[in-house]
Each structure stands twice: as structure tokens, then as C-alpha cells.
Design a protein around this ligand. Structure first.
Ligand code: WT7
Length: 654
């Protein structure tokens, strides 16, 4: 791992302090935040113990805060007992029973308001139904659902009875679903006939049938929720309808009291190579950081209407849809579909109609919506918004500014939140009433998160703007517990260096003169061009800063002189040039990048396409782009591509 000299030349000095109006109503102010940092620094475990006592209702209080006897499998609050669903639902009933927990909106426009009382009952009913199907504590349950309230009910019901859920994103193929079911050894699968997405029906039940066909012999039962009402085949010896099995179940259900370090869920995520990893999270620690981040980063308050647009198939949809908002008694919006149905105003329409005050989405969505122009959002009343958030990739300053001015009206702070499936909750993020945001920076680690940037030898890099490995040096409550069924891979992947002392995030990053963090990209996406290390994301950011560029993806391709050459795929704002070639534009962009970053970063190749290949979760498929850049045959699974036709354009064949 040679990484000593990552160069970063991205200069962004603009600062955006929160407005006085925001500060006046924010719940966390500078002095209080400083006190949290100090306390955490003086006594890391004591700090988290205090917060855990204040924020979680324990059935049995913990006496021990952290068990590190089997590190790096840390166990937080090991002798404490709790139930996550109890903390999300039951404890809201005293004050908030009639408060709206969920405002659900289907893609076709159906809207439902569900109170905490109602949600609690539905979760209890379904939890009883699961028990009646033979599910007990520790069993794995795979959830393959549309983005509807019942997906959250299913997750909460599992949490209530101590079953370990594993949600598989509804956009995944039958074979991905099969792999995940087999890895978990699930006894039961919860799905729906279908869901509405992009104006079409997603065939969830059919895909489940394909996945289970001749495989997954651990699965005894499939529960099917009727969402679309279209015809699906039911296998009488295996499949049951949600309505049938819940009809006679009581609407209360004593929660299963769990050890804090018992697993809550598994969520599969891709590694840089190999089969997906089942990231395991535990009950107490995970819940704690879901709550603290809702408070510190989202400043969640009683009157807020919170909307995180992520699907429950991703960690963001776990922490900031299924758990965090409920555990803090918030009102949240859940939307089933895509942002472009019936048109690109849908997100803003949802914000307007439901009075959304906190909006959290991904930079890729922001850029896509930016592409259609300012007139679309300007046609909606977005004045209820008070806070905006982003997650998933570095946001380029242009998209940040657009989000800030056009969506936030220049009045809403933006929280750029760095975290991962493995970290469970926000790690590096602004505290919006305090932090002076900088476009493109996720700012500073949260209290109790001991992040650092280190070199090959594990020494902290203190020099400003010098890139290195992003690591976390002390355990934190919502950390990954292990990779399901593969403790060795857990150790090898996340604790490989520095004597296993630091958690290796897999990202490179730099800190600026103010100590703010700038994520430079995945370690595996860092290019080495003539001995210079360049972050692909920085080149992309530079390209996207060009007025004619809508989106860009940069990969490396082998080069016999330079080692690696920079290969850029570019989506222009206007028409794609004839045959994908435009020498003048290419020259202009090469020079542009030369001026933005330095001649070394100039792309050697630029290929134009109508779109970039993305997974359904919006991640650019870099491995595919690298293969194309190398002129290799495509062996990747392209079944998750939103748009298969652009493959030819990327290959320069159309
Ligand atoms: C990777 C984790 C965390 C939920 C969504 C993605 C990148 C995430 C940011 C950000 C720059 C970011 C990192 C990280 N990433 N947030 N705010 N700025 N990069 O979860 O699929 O586990 O991916 O996403 O590279 O390692 P994930």
C-alpha cells in the first residue's frame, strides 16, 4: 500500500456559517458542542456511557461500557438489555401516540398518514404473525420489499422479536437475492407482489420465485404483501399473504429483551472484489449513534418533517428511515418511487405538500435534478425547508451551491455527512448550528469519533492538504461487529494494517488548514499517473465545474509510459456530440482540467455518453468503466444498470 504522496489540488475556500435565524432555533450551540468534544476526549468510554444512559431506555442498565477482550469484535454496553423497537415505538406512546410517525406517498400519488399509535399496533401485529410462522430470536429474515411503510414495519417487527433482518434492495436481481439469502441462511422471506418505480411495476414476487427456484433450502416461508395487486403465482406449500397471517393477531407484543451486543441486522455491501459482505450491526450501539446523529447532525426537533430519500435497501434507509427518525419521535416522509415521475419536480412537490423541513439525499440526485434547470424547483414553495443534507459521495462545489441557493433559498445549512455501511451512522459531518460549511467538505468528526488521516506507517498526517488513509482510531458504538460468517475477512478488510489498531475506512482524505476533512476517493480509485497520485473524484469535480459538463466519471487505464492514464467519461449538458467525438470540446476540457488541477490530471481519453452507468442506488459503476477503458470484454453483471443502451456509447461503438 504505497500511498505516501496523494496530491490534492482542489481549492475551495468559501465558507457558509449558519444564519442567525438557524442558530437561534438550533438545539446544539458552540459551547455545548465544545463540551461534548472535551468530555469525549477526556474519557471516551465515559462519554458514550453518559449519552447511552440519556438516550436509550434500557430494560437492564449496563454496568460495563465496552468489552474489548475480543477486539476488533468490540461489544458495546455488553451487560445492558434493551429492545430497539421498544425504543422506537413504545416509548413514544406516552407523549406522541397521536403524532404522525410516517407520511407515506406512493409513486402513483396515494398518501397515508400513520400515527405512532397506529404504527406500534401494526408492528406488534406483524411481529406476532412472524412468531406464529415459527420465527424466533436469532433467526435470519430476508426482506425484499418496495419502499413502502410495510418494509419499515417488517424491519421493526424483526427487531421486536429479536430476529436478524437482512434487507435486499428491490432493484437487485434474482441471483443477487439468492446469494444473500443463502449467505444468511434465512428461514423466511418477506416480499410483495410488486412495487411502483419509474412508472413501472417492479416484479418482486416473481424475482423471489426465481431466486428460490432450486436454491435457498433454508427458506420455509415467503410472506407476500399485496401492493400492486397484479397477478402473481403463490406456491401453496411455501407462500402466504401478509393479510391472511396478520388478520387474527393481537396488536400488542411483548418485546424480546436483547443483549446490547446481539445482532440487529445484516446488510450486504460490495467489497472491492469478491462476493458481497454481510455487514453485521448490533442493537444498542447502532441505535445510540442513530439517535445521536439525528440530534447532532439533523438537529431533529418536535415540529420537523424529516425526509431521507434513501431506500431501506441501503444503510441510509436503515439508519435514517427505519430507526433514527422513529427513535427520536420524529415525523418522516417515506416516498415509494423515483424523483422523475411524473416529472423532475416530484421531490419538490413532495416537499411542498408535506411541509418537509429537513431533506436528505445523494449528490447524484442533486446533479440529476440540477440538470433540468432552476425553473422546475422554482415552481414550488420550498420555504418550509430549514436544513439540507447529502450522503454517499463527495459533492462537487457546483452542485453544493445549487442545492444551497436554489433548493435551500440561501437560508438552509447543508450537512455533508461522511459515513459507511460499516460505520452505521454519521462519522464526519457538520453540526449545522455551529459549523461553517465549505462546499465539498464533510467538515469535522463528530464528538466521540476519533478519526485521523495516516500514512503507510500509521503515523498521523498533520500537514494540511496532505492526503492519506482515513482511519478511526477508537471503537465507536455503531461500528460494524463482523462480516456475517467470516470473522477473518472482517479482520483482513478493516484492520489489516497498523497492528490492527485502526479501523481502515478504505477512503483517502485530506484535512485542510482548518482541520476540515475532504474525502478524495476510495483507496482503490486512486490513480497513479507518472508517480503522482490523483484522486479520480477530484478530476471529476473539476470536469463537472466546467459549464458544459453535467456529469463525469474518471478511471485509470494502463499506460506504458505513465503507469496509469486518466480516462474520463463525460455527460454534456447539451446534446451528445455526433458519434461521441468532439475534438474541440475534448481539447477545451483537457485544458480546463489542466488549469483546475494541473497538467498531470489532464484526461488522456474523453468519451461522451448520454448517461453514466449506475447501479439502481445511484453509484457509478467504476469497475465497469475501468473494464471499458481498458478495452476489455464486459464480464460484469450489468443487470442493475438503469440504462443498458449506453454501454455501446461508452465503448465508443455508438
Ligand atoms: C462510501 C460508503 C453512508 C451511506 C451511503 C454510502 C463514500 C459516503 C460520503 C461523503 C464523500 C462519501 C465513501 C464511503 N461516501 N458519504 N459525504 N463524502 N464520500 O454507503 O455504500 O457504505 O459507501 O461512500 O467513499 O467509504 P456505502
Amino acid at each position: 500500500m504505497a500511498q505516501e504522496n496523494i496530491e490534492s489540488t482542489l481549492h475551495e475556500d468559501r465558507q457558509f456559517p449558519p444564519s442567525k435565524a438557524f442558530v437561534d432555533t438550533a438545539s446544539l450551540h458552540a459551547e455545548q458542542l465544545e463540551a461534548l468534544y472535551q468530555r469525549a476526549e477526556q474519557d471516551h468510554e465515559g462519554f458514550w456511557a453518559d449519552v447511552a444512559r440519556a438516550e436509550i431506555d434500557w430494560k437492564q442498565p449496563f454496568a460495563k461500557t465496552l468489552d474489548d477482550s475480543n477486539a476488533p469484535h468490540y461489544r458495546w454496553f455488553p451487560d445492558g438489555k434493551l429492545n430497539v423497537s421498544y425504543n422506537c415505538l413504545d416509548r413514544q406512546l406516552e407523549k406522541n401516540a397521536d403524532k404522525t410517525a410516517i407520511i407515506f406517498e406512493g409513486e402513483q400519488g396515494d398518501v397515508e398518514h400513520i400515527s405512532y399509535r397506529d404504527l406500534h399496533q401494526r408492528v406488534c401485529v406483524f411481529a406476532n404473525a412472524l412468531k406464529a410462522q415459527g420465527v424466533t430470536k436469532g433467526d435470519r429474515v430476508v426482506i425484499y420489499m418496495p419502499m413502502i411503510t410495510e418494509a419499515v414495519i417488517a424491519m421493526q417487527a424483526c427487531a421486536r422479536i429479536g430476529a436478524i433482518h437482512s434487507v435486499v434492495f428491490g432493484g437487485f436481481s434474482a441471483s443477487s437475492l439468492k446469494d444473500r439469502i443463502e449467505d444468511t441462511g434465512a428461514k423466511l422471506v418477506i416480499t410483495a407482489d410488486g412495487g411502483h418505480r419509474g412508472g413501472k411495476i417492479v416484479e418482486l414476487k416473481n424475482t423471489t420465485d426465481q431466486a428460490l427456484d432450486g436454491a435457498c433450502d433454508t427458506v420455509e416461508t415467503v410472506i407476500v404483501f399485496k401492493r400492486t395487486g397484479h397477478d402473481v403465482r403463490m406456491n401453496p406449500s411455501r407462500d402466504v399473504w401478509w393479510t391472511d397471517i396478520t388478520r387474527d393477531q393481537p396488536d400488542t407484543c411483548e418485546p424480546e429483551w436483547m443483549d446490547a451486543a446481539d445482532p440487529l441486522f445484516l446488510l450486504y455491501t460490495s467489497g472491492s472484489t469478491g462476493k458481497p459482505k454481510g455487514i453485521q450491526h448490533g442493537c444498542g450501539g447502532y441505535l445510540l449513534n442513530a439517535i445521536t446523529s439525528m440530534r447532532w447532525v439533523f438537529d431533529i426537533q418536535d415540529s420537523d418533517v424529516f425526509w431521507c430519500t434513501a431506500d431501506v435497501g441501503w444503510i441510509t434507509g436503515h439508519t435514517y428511515v427505519a430507526y433514527g427518525p422513529l427513535a427520536t419521535g420524529a415525523t418522516q416522509v417515506i416516498y415509494e418511487g423515483v424523483p422523475t415521475v411524473p416529472d423532475a419536480g416530484r421531490f419538490w412537490d413532495v416537499c411542498q405538500r408535506h411541509g418537509v423541513t429537513i431533506f436528505y439525499t445523494a449528490p447524484t440526485a442533486i446533479r440529476a435534478l440540477m440538470k433540468v434547470g432552476d425553473d422546475v424547483p422554482k415552481g414550488y414553495d420550498l420555504s418550509a425547508l430549514r436544513l439540507l443534507g447529502t450522503v454517499g459521495e463527495p459533492i462537487n462545489p457546483e452542485a453544493w451551491m445549487w442545492y444551497y441557493n436554489v433548493i435551500g433559498g440561501g437560508r438552509c445549512p447543508i450537512v455533508d455527512t461522511w459515513w459507511q455501511t460499516e460505520t452505521g451512522a454519521h462519522m464526519i459531518a457538520p453540526v449545522p448550528g455551529v459549523t461553517h460549511a465549505k462546499p465539498g467538505s464533510c467538515t469535522r468528526p463528530l464528538p466521540g469519533i476519533d478519526a485521523a488521516i495516516v500514512n503507510d506507517d500509521g503515523e498521523e498526517i498533520t500537514k494540511a492538504n496532505q492526503g492519506g488513509y482515513l482511519v478511526i482510531r477508537k471503537p465507536w458504538p455503531s461500528m460494524i461487529q463482523t462480516i456475517w460468517g467470516d470473522d477473518q475477512r472482517y479482520k483482513d478488510t478493516y484492520w489489516p494494517y497498523f497492528d490492527g489498531k485502526f479501523y481502515l475506512a478504505g477512503d483517502s482524505a485530506r484535512q485542510d488548514v482548518d482541520g476540515f476533512y475532504w474525502i478524495m476517493g476510495r483507496i482503490d480509485d486512486v490513480l497513479n499517473v507518472s508517480g503522482h497520485r490523483l484522486g479520480t473524484m477530484e478530476i471529476e469535480s473539476a470536469l463537472v465545474a466546467h459549464p458544459k459538463v453535467a456529469e463525469a466519471a474518471v478511471v485509470g487505464r494502463p499506460h506504458d509510459v505513465k503507469g496509469e492514464a486518466v480516462f474520463a467519461y463525460v455527460v454534456l449538458k447539451g446534446e451528445r456530440p455526433e458519434g461521441g467525438i468532439d475534438d474541440e470540446m475534448t481539447q477545451e476540457l483537457r485544458n480546463w482540467v489542466g488549469t483546475e488541477i494541473g497538467p498531470i490530471a489532464k484526461p488522456d481519453d474523453i468519451r461522451y455518453s448520454d448517461n453514466l452507468p449506475k447501479t439502481r442506488s445511484g453509484k457509478i459503476m467504476r469497475r465497469l468503466l475501468r473494464a471499458i477503458a481498458k478495452g476489455e470484454e464486459i464480464t460484469q453483471d450489468t443487470s442493475t444498470l438503469e440504462n443498458e443502451s449506453i454501454l455501446l456509447q461508452l465503448q465508443g461503438k455508438a
